[in-house]
Write a protein of this length. Sequence first.
Length: 124
Amino acid sequence: MLAAVPAQVAEQDEPSAATKDYQAPGFRLHKGTLRQWYILEARPSEPGQNFIALKDRPTIADTSYLPFSMPCIFQLVGVGMQEWSHFDKWPQNMLSRQAIKTVLSRAPTLGHDAHPIFEERKTL
């Protein structure tokens, strides 16, 4: 079972004063993302749990959440990845899978300009 999201998520890691309009979509995105990261931090910290839903293999949950674990998302939200030590292990596990490597190598050729995130992944 997934651990509860800590109550302090409402008080910590708030956006800067310039973006502190609580009705602003950016603020809601920030809070929603933090809530998901707390869930994703709790799951892989359980003994033997290597993926989100199942212990031994990835599911659609893993592939769905993978984009939200990329460093550019942490930068967008203004949070350091080092705060989530287990959450950092999970995307590295996912990125080592051949299917994910294939998708990331093909994505820049799908009809849009290459995004900097794909350059970032080449260095891993």
